[in-house]
Every structure is written in structure tokens, then in C-alpha cells.
Design a protein around this ligand. Sequence first.
Ligand code: FAD
Length: 542
Amino acid sequence: MVTRGETIRSLESESFDLLIIGGGITGAGIALDAASRGLKVALIEKEDFAYGTSSRSTKLIHGGLRYLKQLEFALVKEVGSERAIVHQLAPHLVVPEKMLLPLYERRGLGYWLTSIGLKIYDWLAGVKGDDQRRMLTKTQTLKFEPLLKSDDIKGGAIYAEYRTDDARLTIEIIKLAVAKGACIANYLELKNFDYASGRICGVQAIDRETQNMITIRSTAIVNATGPWVDELRTINQSRHGKTLHLTKGVHIVVPYHRLAVRQAIYFDVPDGRMIFAIPRGRVTYIGTTDTDYDSNLDKVVTTQEDASYLIMAVNEMFPSVHLTMADIESTWAGLRPLIHETGKSASELSRKDELFESETGLISIAGGKLTGYRKMAERVVDRVIQLHFESRTLKSCHTHTLVLPGGNFTNRKAVQEMEASLAARMGTVGLRGNDATNLIHLYGSQAWQIMTYFENHRSGSPEQDLLEAEMMFAIEYEMARFPLDFIIRRSGLLYFNHPKAVREANRIVAFFAKRFQWTPEFQRIQESKVNMALEEVLLFKL
Ligand code: FAD
């Protein structure tokens, strides 16, 4: 990777074809698509990559079964078909997950409508063979998941989805975009636009590390800031017509043994909504809520009401579990950047993406899904080319062929084989099989690079040395700048292993402090930021 200093100098001194504002999945996807077609691309992100919604989703690459209920056939077809493509690009990170859908009297669509609905779902998405939906009897459903409540159950269905790690997916796409020549920096915040003859021609951005203002020049500028899209449209004086409608979604995380579901489950809640319970290693996470939001975009937190809603839903569906607030180990809360439609409630709003073009030439993209990032990017880049670069010879969109870093496996079996050989190598130095599973899931074949670093830098216990090797990888190859970049978006520790994050917090800060030669005062500031983040996810319990 080039250093951050070199990137900032290039951003200041060069002129770009396309500048993208926002380093979530949308911006990352656009950067990769545009750079791989041959455009000269820059991207700036005000915090860390995936800081916004793209680290706080349900982490599914899914066709959106519930959009079928809203008759959004085109959306279901597009995102449904994308699942298998994104899986091919990163088989370690986008993992097939069979979803159980229990069916009860007087709830949901009913047995036969669900059966037909799932058939259409599979057909729209081109799902074949064993992955096609399977309807289950009452006995079969309870055998699949004995924890389900048994009164009123009519049967169930099993259908195919994929689970992922949203932040890691975003970061791998960013890394590949950099490898394709894009100039990308985090902690660089757009403050204003520059204009020439009434057309947008660049931006003023502040480097949040040095507080220096820099100017970046570009022919086209895309606003891919998710929940912040309207803020930028306001700066551009183009916030009219359609606007954003933000809704908050919360997930809670409990130790696996407190909700030991055998596979992911998508179940009805008494208020007519549906939520997921998804096992992931040592925990199960549950979500999500869907409530209107009009508060601070940079401080989206779980409230007691959010947590109670999810706990009650679990206890209603799994009556022997008796989940309480005390069981919650971590949480996350994110904002859906949806497009407002008068008279529609949060859950009824469409998840379709839309492009807005201002008179001065700013292109804003809003709405959409993590799952559809590639097709959204293709549409945006097509439009940018049509507006500005039609005379140039550029490649057509080929992101469906660009394997993401760490994803060079022929199939899922090859991932499992690599996991087994990594586990064997790790076993010889006192690490556990779980460590290999975790490493492969997060980094794919890049896990070997981390392992090699580990073997060459032994100094403490195997667990501590492995953590250091991961941090070194995050800093050297993934542009992590601060401890929270690692704790939240590179390793997922804050959400999926909160006790370890608490245990290792000071060691992680000390490692970054040494690597970046921070002053003791700056190190203390970072320590308190980490402690605040660790507490914030559980603040509602106080
Ligand atoms: P973001 O990820 O929010 O990225 C925008 C970025 O812009 C941020 O990082 C922000 O810091 C940056 N930014 C803002 N202002 C500036 C500025 N001035 N200068 C520079 N940078 C700036 N989709 C699925 O497909 N599957 C799911 O399971 C799923 N579950 C979801 C669950 C929840 C609770 C929510 C809220 C959404 C879910 N989604 C899901 C939808 C999906 O997560 C979002 O559509 C997607 O992450 C949006 O990405 P984005 O890049 O547009 O926005």
C-alpha cells in the first residue's frame, strides 16, 4: 500500500476524472468499478471506511424476501441474482447460510402463499438444485429448531441466503480499488464544493489527522455518503425534490449458549414485522428494529426500548430461552438511507436506489442495499461516463470477474481445506482451531500473511502475538489509523467478542501508539475513545 502522506499529496496535486465522497459499500463499489474501467479515481471518507451504515447492517447478502411481499419484483431479482456473484468474488466472506422460516397460524403469509412466494423468490434469483426452497412439516421444523415455540406451528421452510461481514467486504473492495489505481484516503472530510462557470469542479476537504485543508480537483463528483447524502446536497444547495428518510435499525448480541439456534432463523414478531436470529461463532445476534430517526447522524445508539423490543420478540418465539437485558453482550445501531415517500411508514419504504443530479453537476446516490452494491456502482459509473467521458475508450463493467483480496478460492470446499491446513499449522504453536476459523472468515487467503508475520515476531503468548499480527496487517495493508478502526471494522471485536475487546483494549491502544509514535497525551485520548465505544454499545443498560 502507498502511505497516507503520499495519497494526500496525490489528491492535492493531481486532477481526477471521478471523485467519490463516502467510503461505505456504495462509494467503495463505485471506486472499484470506475478504476477498473480505466477512469482516474479518488475517494475520500470523513471517518474510517465503513464507519456509517456499512458496518451496522444485518450482515446478510440477501434477496430481501420481504420485498416480495411489497411486490418489488425487479429489486428481488437484482439483489437475489447478485448473491451468487458476490459469493464467487469472496467465498470466505460471503458464506452460504440456510435460513429457517417457521410458519404459524394467523401470522405471516400462511403455508401455501409462503411456498409459492419462496418458489418465485428462487426463480427470480435463479437459485438451482439443493439451494432451492424446501417446505417442512411441523415435526421437521421443530426438529430443525427445537427451541421454537410449538403451539400454533404449521410447518416451515428452508431457503438459501448468504451471510457476510459488511465492514470487511467494504474494506476488501477499497483495497482492490487501490490496487486498480484509485487514490483513496480515510479521515478526509468534504467541507465544501468548488465551482467553475456554475459547474462543480472540485472540493475542499479537511484532513482530520493534521487539520490541514486541501483542494481536490475532479471532472465528476459523486456523493455516496449514505445517511449524510442530504447534508452534502444542502452544501451544494440542491436539496430539493426527493429527500432522505432515515430509519434506525438495531441489533443485539448475546452469547451463543443463551440463544443456541442451530441455523439462522427469520421469524415473525407479533406486530407483523420479521426479524433475524443469526448464530456467528461464540455469539448469536438478533435484529433488527425499524424506526424513524431525525437525530445526530454521528451518534446512533441502541436505546432500552430498542433492546426490549428485540428481547420480547425472542422470548415470544423461543419461550424456553428467557433472555434478559443482562444477557446482552454488545449491540450496534445503524441508519437506513431510504428515499422519502409521503404516507409510508419506515418498514413500507422502498429499498431501491435512486440517482439525483444537481444543476451544478453533483451526482448523489441514495437508497439501495449492501447486496446490490455492484449493480448500483455499475449504474453510477455508466451515468458518469455518459455525462463526461463518452469520447474515451474505456472498458465495460467487469466487476463480476474481479475476485476480492483473500478470495482466491475455487469454491467453498477450498475455503474449508485452507481452514483445516491453517488450523494444523496454528495447532503446532499453541493456537486453537477457532482462531483459524476466525482468521479465514475475516481475511481469507490473506490469513497466511498474518500467520507468517506471527511466526516471525514471537514475543508473548500465542494469543497476544496473533492479535499483534492482525493489527500489523490492518495498519500496513488496510489503512487502519486508530485502535477503533481495528476493534470495530477490521476485526469485528466490539460486536462479536466484546469481552476480548475489553480485555485487550489497552494493549491494542499501546500497539498503535508505538507504531505511530503517539505522545502519551494522544495515547490517553485514544484510550478514552476506545473505553467510550466499549461502554456506548451497552449504555442503555444503565
Ligand atoms: P454508509 O455506509 O453510511 O457510507 C457513507 C459514508 O460516507 C460514511 O462512512 C460516512 O462517514 C461518509 N461521509 C459522510 N459525510 C462525509 C463527508 N462530508 N466527507 C467524506 N465522507 C463522508 N443491506 C443488505 O444488503 N443486507 C442486510 O443485511 C442489510 N441490513 C441492514 C440492517 C440495518 C439495520 C440497516 C440500517 C441497513 C441494512 N442494509 C442491509 C442496508 C445497507 O447496510 C446499506 O444500504 C448500505 O450499507 C449503505 O451504504 P452506503 O455506502 O450508502 O452508506
